[in-house]
Design a protein around this ligand. Sequence first.
Ligand code: PRP
Length: 212
Amino acid sequence: MRASDCPDEIRQILLTQEEIHERIAELSRDIERDYEGRLPLLVGVLKGAVMVVSDLARELRIDVEMDWMAVSSYGSGTESSGVVRIMKDLDTDLSGRDVLIVEDIIDSGLTLTWLAQNLASRGAASIEICTLLRKPSRLKTDLAVKYIGFDVPNEFVVGYGLDYDERFRNLRDVVVLKPEVFGATAADVSDVIEPARKVFKPGLPQAGFSAG
Ligand code: PRP
């Protein structure tokens, strides 16, 4: 689905599909270089990460394996709590594996902090994180993320895997919805939407976990 298919519900396009694919290509070059001679396991976190994993895996010019997890974070409404339940676990034994967790968005960072620790306890050789989007104003942890596509403002963003009530996951672009679509009013949202910004150097410390 394209933004032009639901113009009445979209307030602003934050990232076009072209911008997303260009950034995924840039991240892929970094990942290829870092994992040269190794066989990373991409772990996609359902459901939102499906599009990112799919495009990232096809863009990468090295062999990768893919596996999937579904987790549910206990919390109120859209706020995650950091208390996570595994709804679908990996099929893959992580012993000695180089794991790259792939996410669509990091909001509070609590889900990934828990997940990185959980996967680290399974004997992986290394664990790193790749996310297309991050909301820096919402972060509640100092989780180290090696590959980040864009920082985005604290708006209700959907598309490219991200949903509102399961809708808009199949939208090609990342967009900000009109407030009335998600039950808010104009007074509840900011007047001006800040642009998304590429994150070229996520900053130290690196890696959620690294063995050896
Ligand atoms: C989103 C996203 C992350 C999590 C991030 O998933 O895909 O998994 O929230 O939130 P956090 O940084 O505050 O922990 P969601 O729970 O919306 O599930 P979905 O991917 O199935 O839409």
